[in-house]
Design a binder for this molecule. Structure first.
Ligand code: 5GP
Length: 130
């Protein structure tokens, strides 16, 4: 199996705005955020679907999701953190965490053709780093 783009990010071959890492999980900002702070929580083990993980690894990913979401609410001072599992673009399991206050923010559709704003992403990553 070829390394996914997320495995390359985890291995440091592709740069990312990292906010969290432990033995099983790596979390970094989405380059095309739905809203400020939009984060991808990724198991280091490359599998396509979350349910391909063994139970212990799945639970470690979800424990990290909870920790990061609570941290986001405090640091970004938002009311909500939406959680999505999509996986149509990148076949490496991941959970989207999307901080928001209004439902319009949550339903925002990012312009994926635009160049990522690395200045803004870097500033948010600095605030969110755990
Ligand atoms: P999904 O697979 O859940 O449908 O979407 C994959 C997500 O990964 C998208 O929101 C997309 O913006 C994000 N993404 C794709 N490639 C990269 C990348 O190279 N770096 C980062 N940080 N995010 C990416």
């Amino acid at each position: 199996m070829d390394d996914s783009i997320f495995t390359k990010i985890i291995n440091g071959e592709i740069p990312s705005h990292k906010i969290y890492e432990d033995d099983t999980v790596f979390a970094f900002l989405d380059i095309h955020p739905i809203n400020t702070g939009h984060t991808l929580v990724v198991p280091k083990q490359q599998v396509e679907f979350l349910w391909d993980l063994d139970d212990a690894t799945y639970q470690s990913v979800m424990a990290a999701v909870k920790k990061i979401a609570e941290h986001m609410r405090q640091v970004l001072n938002v009311e909500y953190v939406g959680q999505q599992v999509i996986g149509v673009d990148v076949p490496h399991a991941h959970v989207h965490l999307i901080p928001f206050n209004t439902i319009d923010e949550y339903h925002n559709v990012p312009d994926v053709s635009a160049d990522p704003n690395h200045g803004a992403l870097g500033a948010i990553a600095k605030k969110l780093q755990m």
